[in-house]
Design a protein around this ligand. Structure first.
Ligand SMILES: Cc1cc2nc3c(=O)[nH]c(=O)nc-3n(C[C@H](O)[C@H](O)[C@H](O)COP(=O)(O)OP(=O)(O)OC[C@H]3O[C@@H](n4cnc5c(N)ncnc54)[C@H](O)[C@@H]3O)c2cc1C
Length: 260
């Protein structure tokens, strides 16, 4: 019997990156885990998941599931959980999950904890660390019952992007992709369908440089881009372009700024 079941988010072509973090959460919780893919004509998605360590990939493929209708999806997920016996039902903190997973929790009569950033031990049992008060504080949440619904993990965005903004006294923005993945709220979005900004310094962390995003930042005086891909289109626009992994560079940058 699997300990956890992870709801996979996808755009019919590929798995959304944020789902990989939900899988990491399943691994941290321990035990076996299963992945659930819902949609129509999702064989490409399901075959891309087989190497991710799950005991099985459950596929619910039906024309009626082509669009992510919350009530329909919630019924499918609750049924899959009952069959698998999973105790943890995991998803990302995206709008997709926020629409569907509370319904799953209601169908299973299970508690739900959103935006889990860490799993900790408290008084001999598991607690879930999550931000409160717009991220200015953290709470440790314990839940009771046989099953629970959990979403993760804005932690990386808040630690790296928020940490750098704090160190510089700056503000945070995000791409459409980051908002879509649930890493940042909608009103952070910069670009054609978001806000237009023109700061003295704009730091683009892991941003490809899509034209729709550039529309919102092109009047910035200095653009520094950090990207692991030396051919990322943003190198054409950036004043300074650093090739490297942001997970390594940004903590060093924060540390240097704090020391200066
Ligand atoms: C009509 C329309 C309107 C749109 N409006 C907007 C808008 O307003 N704003 C907006 O932002 N987008 C908008 N988009 C979406 C836009 O086309 C892009 O899809 C989006 O900007 C891409 O976001 P991204 O750069 O974060 O993600 P991706 O394109 O996925 O790029 C991620 C980048 O991160 C780099 N990277 C990954 N991991 C690391 C690492 N560890 N270290 C360093 N670099 C790393 C990769 O090399 C890549 O270059 C719109 C699209 C359409 C069609």
């Amino acid at each position: 019997m699997a300990e956890s079941l992870v709801l996979i988010e996808h755009d019919r072509q590929q798995v959304k990156r944020s789902s990989l973090h939900a899988i990491t959460l399943a691994q941290q919780l321990g035990g076996e885990y299963e992945l659930l893919v819902i949609g129509h004509v999702v064989n490409k998605i399901s075959s891309s998941l087989v190497s991710l360590g799950a005991t099985s990939v459950i596929v619910a493929d039906d024309p009626a599931l082509a669009e992510p209708l919350a009530d329909r999806y919630a019924t499918v997920i609750a049924e899959a959980v009952r069959k698998s016996g999973a105790k943890n039902i995991l998803g990302t903190s995206s709008t997709f999950s926020k629409d569907i997973l509370p319904r799953v929790a209601a169908l299973l009569d299970a508690p739900m904890v959103t935006d889990v950033v860490a799993i900790e031990q408290m008084d001999g049992s598991i607690s879930y660390r999550r931000p409160i008060n717009a991220g200015s504080m953290f709470a440790k949440v314990k839940v009771e019952g046989e099953r629970r619904v959990l979403t993760e993990d804005k932690e990386t965005f808040e630690r790296l992007v928020g940490g750098l903004a704090d160190a510089l006294g700056g503000a945070i923005g995000a791409t459409h992709a980051a908002v879509d993945a649930g890493m940042a709220p909608n009103d952070y979005q910069i670009g054609q369908t978001g806000k237009v900004v023109a700061p003295e310094l704009y730091i683009a962390l892991g941003i490809s440089g899509a034209i729709q995003h550039l529309a919102g930042i092109k009047d910035s005086r200095i653009i520094v881009a950090i990207n692991k891909d030396p051919d990322a289109p943003i190198c054409q626009t950036a004043t300074y372009f650093l090739v490297g992994d942001l997970y390594q560079i940004v903590p060093q940058l924060i540390e240097s700024i704090r020391r200066a």
